[in-house]
Design a protein. Structure first.
Length: 280
């Protein structure tokens, strides 16, 4: 059977199983199984697939039918045009979260950035992306999960910022006593009751600790906001991600904590995704 035939069969199976992007997933997984670029593979779909590659591909499709995310099958995902190792121990880096990087880069352009803090760093994607943008800065990633921190350290090395990135296990307050020019965070913000309704790829394969934001989804924000006056440098900026429709509530919590909201930013879908804060 040819590449075309194997792709058609896999696509049909994924489509019948309700996978959202069956064609794309089949193409990505077959290219990975063959060890070639997807575009190169699609240039000649009349070629046969080697038996070893076909065995790998069939295994990948079986995992995808079980709703394992493509990123977990590949072991990586791109974020901010950078490669990141991902496992079930960290939240999958998502394009929506690039909104935080865009906001920080835009607001701090031309200003000195020496220290960056990422609260709940997970894979390290936010911290590492910012360190690639601010080459004179160093950074600290905080996470309660030692397994997540191990992945973040791998990613810092993979993206060649490990000499400027440190990681520390602890809660939101683990960086107290230090000051930062940029603070970013993508805290858990899914209401507990909504977890079961998430896509299986998220619900069953991503760490609940990184998803569950308590009854309203807002549990982490009061604690984070209360710390910001002691963590932000005088001209510093904090950018926090939130879920759809949570912007007003997070802004109100910031106001109560004495932190000024200077903007919000929507993601590419037009959904408000983050709040931009500074000292009041």
């Amino acid at each position: 059977m040819t590449i075309k035939a194997h792709l058609a069969a896999a696509r049909q199976g994924l489509e019948q199983a309700g996978v959202a992007t069956p064609r794309l997933d089949a193409e990505i997984l077959l290219a990975h199984a063959m060890g070639v670029e997807r575009g190169y593979m699609l240039l000649d779909t009349g070629r046969p697939v080697a038996p070893e590659a076909l065995d790998r591909f069939n295994g990948f499709i079986a995992r995808r039918l079980a709703r394992e995310p493509v990123s977990h099958i590949l072991g990586e995902r791109e974020f901010w045009s950078l490669p990141f190792t991902v496992t079930g121990d960290v939240l999958d880096p998502r394009p929506d979260s690039e909104t935080l990087i865009e906001a920080a880069v835009e607001r701090m352009k031309g200003r000195p950035v020496r220290r960056v803090l990422d609260l709940g760093t997970g894979s390290g994607c936010l911290l590492i992306a910012l360190l690639t943008e601010f080459s004179q800065a160093d950074g600290l990633g905080i996470d309660i999960s030692p397994k997540a921190l191990a992945i973040a350290r791998q990613n810092a090395k993979r993206n060649r910022v490990h000499c400027r990135a440190a990681f520390r296990q602890g809660g939101w307050d683990a960086a107290l006593g230090e000051r930062f020019d940029i603070i970013v965070s993508n805290p858990p913000y899914i209401p507990s009751a909504d977890i079961e309704g998430l896509a299986e790829e998220v619900r069953d394969f991503e760490p609940r600790l990184a998803l569950d934001g308590g009854e309203t989804g807002l549990d982490p924000y009061p604690a984070i906001l209360a710390l910001l006056p002691d963590l932000l440098a005088d001209s510093g900026l904090a950018v926090l991600e939130f879920g759809a429709g949570q912007g007003d509530a997070v802004a109100a919590l910031a106001d109560r904590a004495g932190i000024a909201t200077i903007g919000r930013r929507a993601d590419l879908s037009g959904i408000e995704r983050c709040i931009i804060l500074q000292h009041a």
